[in-house]
Design a protein around this ligand. Structure first.
Ligand code: LLP
Length: 421
């Protein structure tokens, strides 16, 4: 096998000596591959980024809720947020204790709230009406609230989750009404949280939002914790040497702010961050196969099995993922050229990389889509009745183990009922 532009995975030692072609032969194409060492390294960078003693990293499981990934995050000392009863179920299955799961829900039914409540999992209300619903069902209980302090950020407008133009959180202007509901139902507000959006590499908006949240926090006397939210970015353009988020600097800034806050507040409380992408994105590579090469209207298309059913991010947000090219035979590509890499789904938007400068790709080459560990498998689907791929974990001793089987054709009908004709 030769790697035609494998600098990033080579530098990381991503495959730990495994041959991507052997992995594909064993588990079929496409295939999500994760590296346990890198995953643990990212967890440790986060858990050690602050000196403040009661600082927790709440892993946002929506980024990747595969059981083995959750298990590793738990063993590394992370807590977990959940967005749905399904995520609570998976986190419990991965061994997270109930007091380390935080239900950061949005627009849920009373019965979904109760799924968490009766498992003693703390719930954050994301609107006055959700707080009212919770209070009417469980007066006298502990609760948290998600606040929207008006500052948002994100790599695309669809992932900005605070500010005036989003559906999330209780508008800071409504805090007096929120307090009235807390009093009406004798609720104890033990935590406040926010999440301003996904992917920042420069921390100024995040720090501004932390300060804004803390300026509201002073008015709540019973707080046990404050959760600043996630959004910690990773460099998706590694082939162009894009810089990393400076975690050490962000940690220092947060330390100053947290120590100062508790001095004023009069007692120590816990603080949390809620990253998803930072934990797992760089620990994942998506492998796929080039099945066809053709030209239409002057554009060279490389047709692969990497449709948006497998990785939705490029189609949804025009997201960039670096791509490496691997070849089984020792045949070099003598030129690089602009190609558009597409999937096998019946929509013209099914493009994973547009006009990308890459070494000439031949049929049967493998493509390695980098930084695919977050919002990859968790957003995949069986659209076009395609089978979702397997997931493999490369352990620290270099062994590659299956952590999720590829779907089989029977999965397409297993929950359907045919009718009498
Ligand atoms: N906390 C809450 C309440 C969230 O809604 C999210 C992400 C996070 C934490 C974690 O954000 P992160 O650290 O991963 O940026 N599918 C999009 C990202 C959507 C994020 C949704 N919420 C993507 O592929 O870029």
């Amino acid at each position: 096998m030769i790697k035609l532009n494998g600098k990033v995975t080579d530098t990381l030692g991503f495959f730990e000596g495994n041959d991507p072609f052997s992995l594909i032969q064993m588990y079929s194409s496409p295939l999500y591959v994760y590296n346990e060492r890198i995953l643990r390294q990212r967890c440790r960078e986060l858990t050690s980024m602050c000196f403040y003693p009661d600082f927790a990293v709440n892993y946002s499981a929506k980024a990747n809720s595969s059981l083995a990934i959750l298990q590793i995050a738990r063993q590394e000392g992370l807590y977990a947020d959940a967005m749905s009863p399904g995520e609570i179920y998976l986190e419990r299955a991965a061994g997270f204790p109930k007091n380390k799961i935080f239900f950061v829900c949005n627009n849920v039914s009373g019965s979904e709230m109760n799924y968490a409540f009766f498992r003693q999992i703390l719930i954050s209300a994301d609107s006055l009406s959700q707080l009212e619903l919770f209070g009417s069902m469980h007066p006298g209980s502990r609760v948290a609230a998600r606040l929207n302090c008006g500052i948002g950020t994100g790599h695309h407008e669809k992932v900005v989750t605070a500010g005036k133009k989003t559906k999330f959180g209780i508008d800071a202007e409504l805090v007096p009404e929120m307090i009235a509901i807390l009093e009406k139902y004798d609720l104890k507000l033990v935590g406040i949280n926010q999440h301003i959006g996904s992917l920042f590499l420069e921390d100024s908006s995040y720090i501004d939002s932390v300060n804004a949240l803390l300026s509201l926090a002073k008015d709540f006397p019973d707080l046990e914790f404050i959760d600043f939210g996630g959004g910690f970015g990773i460099p998706y353009e590694k082939q162009l040497d894009q810089g990393r988020l400076d975690l050490a600097k962000l940690g220092e800034k947060l330390d100053l702010i947290m120590y100062e806050f508790v001095k004023q507040y009069g007692r120590e409380i816990s603080f949390m961050i809620e990253p998803g992408r930072y934990v797992v994105a760089e620990a994942g590579v998506l492998l796929g196969t080039a099945h066809s090469v053709k030209k239409v209207g002057g554009t060279k298309y490389v047709g692969t099995d990497l449709g948006f059913n497998v990785l939705a991010r490029p189609m949804l947000y025009d997201s960039h993922h670096d791509i490496e090219v691997y070849r089984k035979e020792d045949i070099p590509s003598w030129k690089t050229e602009a190609v558009t890499i597409v999937g096998n789904i019946c929509e013209s938007g099914d493009i994973i990389a547009k006009d990308r400068q890459l070494p000439e790709i031949l049929e049967n080459d493998l493509l390695g889509v980098l930084d695919a560990g977050a919002y990859g498998y968790s957003m995949s689907s069986s659209y076009n009745s395609r089978l979702r791929p397997a997931e493999v974990l490369i352990r620290r001793d270099g062994s590659a183990i299956l952590i999720r089987k590829r779907d089989i054709l029977e999965d397409l009908v297993k929950s359907q009922l045919s009718i009498e004709l």
